[in-house]
Design a protein around this ligand. Structure first.
Ligand code: SF4
Length: 244
């Protein structure tokens, strides 16, 4: 019986970094971070609630717009109990002008759930975190890594872009298949030691060097191991967009 031919993109396996490439990537990235990493308030705390607030604010918003709101929010709602005890509309009002108001509503619902189910704490187990409505794979990974200091992968837009370019180079960076693969790559890349620094570093690298439109390839410490170097936007097809 004749078999159906698959399109070429489904026939070839996606690249996975070798152990040597992983070691090199980590070494170069952590060295770059030591010299260029940003000093951000949510990097100086291990309070899961504070980290949750920063992660949800940063989902659609630049760091410089998040900074003042992050401080204001924590002054007004210093704990999950304080947020849960406030009205949802008041939380949305405090959120202004960050926009995407589903985010403060989600945060408020998480606070209520944390108070009802866990006495006002966020659990340190990834599966339990994922059981909260409003905590998806990225937020759970960020909490595991940044609050509970576990070796957990993350994959936000910046991280996905860097991993895609360095490891894969060409294709549909936002397709469902690629997204799934990049989670695997992220998991392989996170080192056993310094997982927290590594994840912060790769986010900064994507925000400051390997940016979406005009990555700074000419001064990039990854250029000799990067499959997208020199960057050409025509190699990144945007045709298969999916949400994270
Ligand atoms: Fe990004 Fe260019 Fe560096 Fe590759 S060489 S990681 S595309 S900035």
């Amino acid at each position: 019986m004749p078999t159906r031919r698959q399109p070429p993109s489904l026939q070839c396996p996606l690249a996975v970094p070798s152990p040597g490439q992983r070691r090199r990537f980590r070494r170069v990235l952590l060295r770059w971070y030591g010299r260029n990493g940003r000093d951000l308030p949510w990097r100086r705390t291990d309070d899961p609630y504070h980290i949750l607030v920063s992660e949800i604010m940063l989902q659609q918003t630049q760091v410089d717009r998040v900074l003042p709101k992050y401080h204001e929010w924590l002054r007004k709602y210093p704990s999950l109990e304080a947020l849960a005890g406030a009205g949802e509309d008041a939380a949305v009002k405090t959120w202004y002008p960050l926009g995407y108001n589903i985010r403060p509503r989600r945060l408020h619902a998480i606070a209520r759930e944390a108070v009802t189910r866990f006495g006002g704490e966020l659990p340190s187990d990834e599966n339990t975190l994922r059981s909260f409505k409003g905590i998806g794979p990225y937020t759970a990974g960020a909490l595991m890594s940044f609050a509970f200091r576990k070796r957990a992968p993350i994959l936000d837009t910046n991280v996905a872009r860097v991993l895609f370019r360095v490891v894969i180079g060409r294709g549909h960076p936002k397709s469902h298949r690629m997204r799934k693969h990049l989670w695997k790559v992220s998991e392989l890349m996170v080192p056993r030691k310094r997982a927290f620094d590594f994840n912060q570093a790769i986010m900064d690298f994507g925000a400051l060097v390997c940016v979406a439109r005009r990555p700074k390839c000419e001064n990039c410490p990854m250029s000799d191991m990067c499959r997208a170097y020199p960057f050409d936007p025509r190699h990144e097809s945007q045709s298969a967009m999916v949400r994270r």
